[in-house]
Write a protein that binds this ligand. Structure first.
Ligand code: ADP
Ligand code: MG
Length: 701
């Protein structure tokens, strides 16, 4: 598949000079293919510099200041090797110019090497960080030492790369340079009018410009080189999404028109009327289901907007046609909750609903698997366990996926493969800014539920200094004595990281002392059964305060909970705070969200907390979050293995996203199998940005 010319780029990085298995292992931490296979040379290309070292400051010795990065022309005066037997002592070399003298210091240096680079009596350029030691200027291990007559080897500016412990800047620069040198002549995949309009040069010229920057501006998002590569990357993403989309659509869908029998019985049993927004969403979904094309729809609605019931009604439609449905949740707690909620909402409709998570084992598990495979279940609710190979259905018609950004496209495809022309409904409470919709969900149609069910109380959000903790605890006493329930959220802390952050365990202990027997605890380390037990006790009101990590972030529904306290709120992202806050205000009593903050608040953190106080508009919060943190954080995909952008910075490259989307559409309209010359070049682009798994879909037609 891959043109042979690309082979050097797809060789493992150990094929680069100076990169052995040890260095490669360190690179693995730095590059996105990090935890999987060995990174390839191509992965280094997009390891871009984050700044510049400027070596143009060339003072006389007398004028150099401690702390300066200075480059000086000096004469070597004297070598002071460590005394025999004290090889740990530094090796000092005295150098001078007409203005004064200073010392060059080496630790653990080979005397022969030092003598070679700094020969007595010779003029050399030395460049490095100047320090003051014992009243004498010195440079320890200069970055560069170059003989006067080889001055051209001294760079004026040098790129700075992100590093990890064990890798040196010089080593990384060298490897990256070698990788860039391997880029062969490639056919141009961008349209010439686009290149002309933006004043962009070729892919390899752009790479060279970024890895050999001359000025700080060369690394700005607006620089032509960075913009060109960002556009390349975004276009690769858009083409990949379009290919997935057309592939999913091409498999003829099925027109699923139920007779409305089950839908009506569920509606009749609901204790509420659908809101207009829910009704509109349902109509769209039903139209999709009834159409002969495959449904691929994202249902977006703020927490508490009532997506679950729409999911259920969509499933009911499909079940009316005799098919089955799957509902996927990202966590076990949520899967269990969905299972319970659906059971309640669908009571009396006769739907048979099963549950499959990692915790169903042995005979119980086998029974569920058999029931799904033979059609004795209408709906199977579950976690990732549903993706497993041996999970099968008699006739899977619709997969509903909750909070799908935690799953990848592959997992979506694998669910789709468990039936014929499976329709997909993806639900998310993450308000997704339009840019991210295009870059991450460009393959889907979107429905938004922009209205909340009536009777919801506004949530009062307050910022409270951590020092006022005793008052907060006293106020909680009053709240729970009135029969309300309280979430208390602590950030997940990796041990030893900071001392000023309380762990859930400590907080649980102190609250349990204040309110004996009324406090529960959930966090990720608990066993599934213990988590459930703690959740259940809170749901039933046997405990009034639930101390938790963000495991309660998505979806958990306890209408009696009216207060949420978020400790060290400055450590959470905006989207996450918004999700957490959505855990309250779901019932009829007035609700509050207390954001406790620690002593040192960064500017950025303060601005996040302010935003939380000012608005509860999820979409505004999401736009803010995108500006403050970038795309991967907003979607929470950072840990989920979804490809992230390495070059593009969505907050700066918004316009390019729209342009690339149209470009990709046009390209695939004219050349759906990427056969033309440009199509072939775009295939190379997909490979370079590792979006080529989408190309497999071309063959599979
Ligand atoms: P989401 O999943 O969108 O966050 P849910 O589906 O969990 O929201 O709904 C939140 C709560 O609102 C649930 O208790 C649900 O029963 C209730 N609800 C849903 N739709 C309505 C409605 N139209 N009127 C009143 N309550 C509703
Ligand atoms: Mg939900």
């Amino acid at each position: 598949m891959r043109p042979p010319a690309l082979n050097p780029l797809f060789a493992p990085i150990t094929s680069l000079p100076g990169v052995g298995p040890k260095i490669a292992a360190l690179f693995r931490r730095l590059l996105p293919e990090g935890d999987g296979d060995m990174p390839a040379v191509v992965d280094l290309l997009f390891h871009l510099p984050t700044g510049l070292i400027d070596r143009r400051h060339r003072p006389k010795v007398r004028d150099a200041l401690a702390g300066d990065l200075a480059t000086m022309l000096v004469t070597v005066e004297e070598h002071r090797a460590p005394p025999p037997g004290r090889s740990r002592a530094p090796y000092r070399v005295v150098v001078s110019d007409e203005s004064g003298s200073m010392t060059i210091v080496f630790f653990n240096a080979q005397p022969r090497w030092v003598a070679g680079v700094l020969p007595l009596g010779k003029s050399v350029w030395v460049s490095g960080k100047v320090e003051m030691y014992d009243g004498m200027l010195q440079i320890v291990h200069p970055d560069h030492i170059v003989a006067e007559d080889e001055a051209e080897r001294l760079p004026e500016v040098e790129p700075v790369y992100p590093l990890t412990a064990g890798l040196t800047l010089r080593g990384v620069s060298k490897s990256v340079r070698a990788a860039v040198d391997r880029v062969p002549a490639l056919p141009e995949w961008q349209r010439s009018d686009v290149l002309r309009q933006h004043h962009w040069r070729s892919f390899s010229a752009a790479l060279t410009a970024l890895h050999l920057p001359q000025r700080a501006e060369d690394l700005e998002p607006e620089s032509p080189a960075l913009a060109r590569l960002a556009y390349d990357e975004i276009l690769a993403g858009q083409v990949a999404l379009s290919l997935t989309r057309s592939r999913l659509r091409k498999v003829a869908g099925m027109a699923r028109k139920g007779d409305g029998r089950i839908v009506r019985s569920i509606l009749a049993g609901l204790p509420f009327e659908l809101t207009a927004a829910q009704q509109a969403a349902l109509t769209e979904v039903e139209a999709d289901l009834a159409a002969p094309e495959r449904m691929l729809r994202l249902l977006q609605g703020d927490v508490g907007s009532g997506k679950t019931v729409i999911g259920l009604l969509a499933m009911a439609r499909v079940i009316e046609t005799g098919a089955q449905c799957a509902l996927m949740a990202p966590t076990e707690i949520l899967a269990r909750q969905h299972h319970a909620t659906l059971g309640k909402l669908a009571a009396g409709s006769g739907l048979r609903i099963g549950l499959l998570t990692g915790r169903e084992k042995g005979r119980a598990r086998d029974q569920i698997l058999v029931a799904a495979a033979e059609g004795y279940l209408d709906i199977l609710v579950g976690t990732h366990a549903l993706f497993e190979q041996h999970v099968g259905f008699r006739d899977l018609g619709l997969a509903v996926i909750d909070e799908q950004h935690r799953f990848g496209v592959h997992q979506r495809l694998s669910l789709a493969a468990k039936g014929r022309a499976v329709d997909m409904l993806v639900m998310t409470a993450t308000p997704i800014p339009r840019t991210l919709l295009l870059t991450h969900y460009g393959d889907m149609d979107v429905t938004r539920i922009a209205e909340k069910p009536p009777g919801r109380q506004a949530i009062e959000t307050r910022l409270v200094s951590q020092e006022r903790l005793p008052e907060v605890i006293a106020a909680l006493g009053r709240t729970i004595s009135q029969g309300n329930r309280v979430y208390w959220v602590c950030p997940l802390v990796e041990d030893s990281e900071t001392v000023d952050v309380v762990s859930v365990g400590e907080r649980f202990a102190s609250l349990d002392k204040a309110f004996p027997g009324q406090v529960g605890l959930v966090h990720g380390q608990l066993s599934g059964a213990d988590k459930d037990a703690a959740m259940q006790a809170f749901v039933e009101g046997r405990t009034a305060i639930l101390v938790a990590t963000t495991v309660i972030e998505v979806g958990v529904d306890v209408p009696e909970a009216s207060v949420i306290v978020i400790e060290n709120a400055e450590r959470f992202g905006l989207a996450q705070l918004h999700q957490l806050r959505g855990r309250v205000g779901r019932g009829t009593s007035a609700s509050a969200c207390l954001l406790l903050y620690g002593a040192q608040l960064s500017e950025n953190a303060r601005s996040r907390l302010q935003t939380m106080r000012e608005t509860d508009d999820g979409f505004r919060i999401a736009e803010e979050d995108l500006k403050l943190r970038g795309g991967g954080e907003v979607l929470g995909t950072r840990q989920s293995g979804t490809p992230e952008f390495r070059v593009a910075r969505l907050e700066s490259h918004l316009d390019l996203v729209e342009e690339a989307r149209q470009d990709a559409r046009l390209l695939l309209d004219q050349d759906p199998s990427l056969e033309t010359a440009r199509g072939q070049a775009v295939r190379i682009l997909l490979q370079l940005f590792r979006r080529d798994s989408a190309m497999a879909l071309l063959g599979a037609g």
